[in-house]
Structure formats: structure tokens, C-alpha cells
Design a protein around this ligand. Structure first.
Ligand code: SAH
Ligand code: SF4
Length: 408
């Protein structure tokens, strides 16, 4: 199939008006939620277990969008569910197709906030890059998302929904177990997943469920900028592969480009990596290292990277990411020859260090280029707050509430 390139606006507003009538969206429920919901609407106690299994299968294995389609569920129960619930996908406001096959979806949630999701097809796999927050609190200097204020955490339902709409677009529900197009998930979109721990955990549990979407934990990678207190917990409770955004081998440089380093420094991050449950050679930790010209890309940096990985005895590989520029960014990508030198030095140290080919650059879908329009909304909100403040109304600034996630 020839993959179209350019912008493909998806015009259908799929927000179900029933939501406005107070019906709840069943999509994004985990098994416990579903059981409780069925009991609540009056499904007889002795049927709950069976109905939960059936509805779960239709929702997450077959991807149906109506209760009507759940043909092995009795008519009465289908009608009951339709009276109380909807199966609602968020709206895809825009789908952009890159000439390399990458697809970027701008997804608008019920409250109008937006986040981006990227599908990256490769020869042997198809990876979906999923967002965990609208914006990000962490302001890494080289990252476009970092220029947004955090608007809010995404709910578990909204995280799962990103996969659902991608699978809709890719026509993947027809034959749910064969010829999969989304084979892997990386939590590497907008936001810091470990600052939205509970929702990310719940979403990934839904995605990994063996009677639903059935993605193995080995095919899921969570990327963190190094939120040390939650790293071990992520290993224990979610158990997916870990990627850590390292980007520098000295504290002064890392603090400059990633302010979170002032809170959790290199030593703490690397110690947390060494303690990550299940990190052995078969499931190595991935260190992401964005190549910034003149900042972190010297031969000495490469040697220090090898020394550190050895010092902490880390089963690790390094992904070298050529810096992806965005409008207004203050960095340049390292020279190609230097990226290769860097990679060679790390390889010579016995550590795999592939250079990641940028994908979807033409549609601004590459690493660190994601940024939705939701910031404008927060700016408008700030304007309203400023107006309220001027009128003497006490208020809390958006940044204060965002800080709650960081410190809370
Ligand atoms: N918030 C998570 C996921 C981020 S995106 C984290 O920081 O780990 C995936 C990777 O892209 C991260 O390693 C991130 O630091 C890196 N990145 C961000 N901006 C980039 C840019 N402009 N060019 C290349 N890589 C970038
Ligand atoms: Fe946030 Fe990750 Fe971007 Fe840093 S690199 S600002 S943690 S999304």
C-alpha cells in the first residue's frame, strides 16, 4: 500500500453526545472497574464474571465501538450497558503521514486538551510512541515538549485510547493476533511517565492483559528522565523495559540541560538503574543520549560514559539520538562524524551504542519534537488568572499545581 504523505485532517468529531448526558465512558476501564460498573447497573451477581470476560474481549481484543456488536452478550445486558455507558474514543484532530511511513496523531480529549501519539513502522516491528501527560513539568532544554507548561496528567483511559485510535487508523482490529502493526509501545511521547505513575501503571496493565490487547511486557519500554524514587517501583509493579534519558556524563552539564538533575543527580540515577528489578543482560537498560554539538559529544564524554556504565556494573545499551531541532531550539546536532566516533568509542568499551535514525522529521514527529496546542489553552487560562488576580480574586498559578506532581 502506498503510504500517503502530508497532512490528512480527520474531520469526524467522534465525541459521543451521550457523554454529555452523563453516561460514562467504558473505554479505559480495567477489569475491576468493569466488574464494579456492571454490578452497579444491575447485571445479576452470578453473571458478572462471565459478562466481564465477554465485554473485556469485545472492548480490548476486538476493538468494537458499540454495545450492539457484542453479539454473545445477552440483548438485555447490551441494552442496559447502552443506557448507562458509551464506548468513546477521543477525537483525532489531525493525522500526519510522513514520507517514511511514520504517522503522527494529534488527539483531543473530552476536555479539549491535546496530546500527540506517533506510529513508527520498521521492517520487523511497529512501535507506538505514547504520551503520558499534556506537556511536561521538567523543561529539559533540548526538548520541545519541555517548553510547554504541564497542563495535566493523562488518565489511564486516555493513555490506552492512544493505542486504540492508532489501531483504528491502521485497521488492526480485523485480525487481532496476526500480522500486527503495533507490536511495541514506548512511553516516550509527551510527559514524564513516572510523574503519572498510577495512571501509566493502570494503562499498561490493560494493554498487557492476555485476554485483551495482549502486548507482552517485553515489548513495552518506559522512558524516564530519572525520577529516582519511582524507578524501582516501576520495575516491581509494572515490570516493563526501562529507558533512562541520560544525555550527559557530568553533573554540571546534565543539570544545565536537564534541570531534574539538580534533584536527582547522576550518581542517584545510576544507582537506581543498578537496583532496577529484572535488569540483567537479556533485558538491558537503555540509556538515551541526545547528541548536542559541543555540549555532550566529545571523545572524553564517550569514554566517561563507558567508565560510568562499568563502574555501576549496568547491563546497558546506549541509544545515540541525533538532536532533532525545533523552531526556537538553541542547540545544534553534533557532526555526523563525531556521532560515529562517539558510537565507536562506546562500542570499543564493550557496550552497544547504535545511532538512532530520526523518523518522521518532516512532520515534526521525531524524538523531542512533540508539542500540541494545549499550551495556548493554558496561556489563556493564565491570562484569565492574571485578570482575576488584578481584580483581587485569590488564585493558584498553573505552575504551582503542576509542581504538586513533581514534589508530591
Ligand atoms: N519524558 C521521557 C520521554 C521522552 S522522549 C524522558 O525524558 O525520558 C524520548 C527521548 O527523546 C528522551 O530521551 C528525550 O530526552 C529525547 N529528546 C527530547 N528532545 C529531543 C530532541 N529535540 N532531539 C532528540 N532527542 C530528544
Ligand atoms: Fe519532559 Fe522528557 Fe522532554 Fe525532559 S525530555 S522535558 S522529561 S518530555
Amino acid at each position: 500500500m502506498q503510504i500517503p504523505s502530508g497532512v490528512e485532517p480527520i474531520v469526524a468529531d467522534r465525541t459521543d453526545p451521550a457523554l454529555k448526558e452523563g453516561k460514562r465512558n467504558i473505554l479505559g476501564f480495567d477489569r475491576e472497574d468493569l466488574k464494579a460498573a456492571l454490578a452497579e447497573i444491575g447485571v445479576p451477581e452470578k453473571q458478572i464474571k462471565m459478562r466481564t470476560t465477554q465485554v473485556w474481549h469485545w472492548l480490548y481484543h476486538r476493538g468494537v465501538t458499540s454495545f450492539e456488536a457484542m453479539t454473545n452478550v445477552s440483548k438485555d445486558v447490551r441494552a442496559l450497558m447502552a443506557d448507562h455507558f458509551v464506548i468513546d474514543r477521543p477525537q483525532v484532530v489531525e493525522a500526519q503521514y510522513s514520507n517514511d511511513g511514520t504517522r503522527k496523531y494529534l488527539i483531543r480529549f473530552a476536555d479539549g486538551n491535546e496530546a500527540e501519539t506517533v506510529y513508527i513502522p520498521e521492517e520487523d516491528r511497529g512501535t507506538l510512541c505514547v504520551s503520558s501527560q499534556v506537556g511536561c513539568t521538567l523543561n529539559c532544554k533540548f526538548c520541545h515538549t519541555g517548553t510547554m507548561k504541564l497542563v495535566r496528567n493523562l488518565t489511564a483511559a486516555e493513555i490506552v485510547a492512544q493505542l486504540m485510535v492508532a489501531r483504528d487508523d491502521l485497521g488492526e482490529w480485523e485480525n487481532p493476533t496476526e500480522g500486527r502493526r503495533v507490536t511495541n509501545i514506548v512511553m516516550m511521547g509527551m510527559g514524564e511517565p513516572l510523574y503519572n505513575f498510577d495512571n501509566v501503571k493502570k494503562a499498561l496493565e490493560i494493554v498487557m492483559d492476555e485476554e485483551g490487547i495482549q502486548l507482552s511486557r517485553r515489548r513495552i519500554t518506559l522512558s524516564t528522565s530519572g525520577v529516582v524514587p519511582h524507578m524501582e517501583r516501576a520495575g516491581q509493579e509494572i515490570g516493563v523495559n526501562l529507558a533512562v534519558s541520560l544525555h550527559a556524563v557530568r553533573d554540571d552539564v546534565r543539570s544545565e540541560i536537564m534541570p531534574i538533575n539538580k534533584k536527582y543527580n547522576l550518581e542517584q540515577v545510576l544507582t537506581a538503574c543498578a537496583n532496577y528489578p529484572g535488569a540483567h543482560n537479556a533485558r538491558r537498560i537503555t540509556f538515551e543520549y541526545t547528541m548536542l554539538k559541543g555540549i555532550n559529544d566529545s571523545d572524553a564524554d564517550a569514554k566517561e560514559l563507558v567508565r560510568l556504565i562499568r563502574k555501576y556494573k549496568l547491563p546497558a545499551k546506549v541509544n545515540l539520538i541525533p538532536f532533532n531541532p525545533w523552531p526556537g531550539s538553541n542547540y545544534e546536532c553534533s557532526e555526523w562524524a563525531q556521532i560515529q566516533r562517539f558510537s565507536d568509542i562506546v562500542y570499543e568499551g564493550g557496550i552497544s551504542a547504535p545511532i538512532r535514525t530520526p523518523r518522521g522529521r518532516d512532520i515534526m514527529a521525531a524524538c523531542g519534537q512533540l508539542k500540541s496546542a494545549s499550551e495556548k489553552k493554558s496561556r489563556a487560562e493564565r491570562d484569565r488568572e492574571a485578570a482575576a488576580a488584578a481584580a483581587g480574586v485569590p488564585h493558584m498559578e498553573a505552575s504551582d499545581s503542576a509542581l504538586g506532581w513533581v514534589t508530591g
